[in-house]
Design a protein around this ligand. Structure first.
Ligand SMILES: [Zn+2]
Length: 248
């Protein structure tokens, strides 16, 4: 239904929307290197776009809170512009934000996270669980599109962990914010077939050690806006299904 930007609402309007059963969404991303062809804001841009698409599809009004643009992002830490928080700080920040949203009276609250570093996604799940434990009958949800059945639909590159600034994320950016993609730089990037989960298991601590000297993996040159639209539809469908299934 209707999307309301929380930055533009008064507190009585926010309270009225919460009491009327509006769903609160918290977009979460990072400020981190995404190859030479994409800006630092990729994860935030994608999370906000998913919120817009979910709001258009849900059976309730939606209040979108200001995005969280800082996160634990150790793998991109060697690259300029990346700002990483330690896990405790990141968890406490997310807990504080989610607690504030629940205290506003929202009965259904969801984190829409598109920074996929495993340690960060764990922090998101942990923070939501901690707030859920204090939230009474309100629901604090973390739709997780890495999981089956959604993950495998997002392509081999996504499933093999090569999704950082590769074909998957670049396609999403071409669909959501084409002006933010340097297409000439994108087309010049050779495919970098790296098994990120394997490299991480082998002890790699950052993208350099994983064999990604430009902070991208996979095949950004193959990205298209059409594929981005298809990926957004899959992610939106899954997120809407999770939220609709949890509505009181
Ligand atoms: Zn990303």
């Amino acid at each position: 239904m209707t999307l309301h930007d929380a930055r533009l609402l008064s507190w009585p309007r926010t309270r009225a929307l919460a009491q009327a059963g509006a769903v609160a969404l918290l977009p979460v991303g990072s400020t981190e290197a995404h190859g030479p062809h994409l800006p630092l804001s990729v994860d935030v841009v994608i999370a906000e776009e998913v919120c817009r698409r979910v709001a258009a599809r849900l059976s309730r009004d939606v209040v979108v809170f200001p995005p969280v643009a800082y996160a634990l992002t150790d793998f991109a830490a060697p690259f300029a512009g990346t700002v990483t928080l330690n896990a405790d700080v990141a968890r406490q920040m997310l807990q504080g934000i989610l607690s504030g949203i629940v205290a506003s009276g929202f009965r259904t609250v969801a984190v829409v996270n598109h920074h996929l570093e495993p340690a960060h996604f764990r922090v998101v799940h942990d923070a939501a669980k901690a707030v859920q434990a204090q939230a009474g009958t309100a629901r604090v949800l973390v739709p997780d599109h890495r999981r089956a059945p959604t993950g495998p639909l997002l392509g081999a590159e996504f499933m093999h962990g090569g999704s950082h600034a590769g074909r998957y994320e670049t396609s999403l950016m071409l669909a959501a914010a084409p002006k933010l993609v340097d297409v000439a730089a994108m087309k010049a990037l050779p495919t970098l077939e790296i098994d990120l989960p394997g490299a991480i298991k082998g002890g790699a601590k950052n993208f350099l050690e994983c064999g990604g000297p430009d902070a991208y993996f996979g095949a950004p040159a193959d990205a298209t806006a059409d594929e981005g639209e298809r990926l957004f539809t899959i992610i939106t469908d899954a997120t809407v299904a999770t939220l609709e299934g949890a509505l009181p």
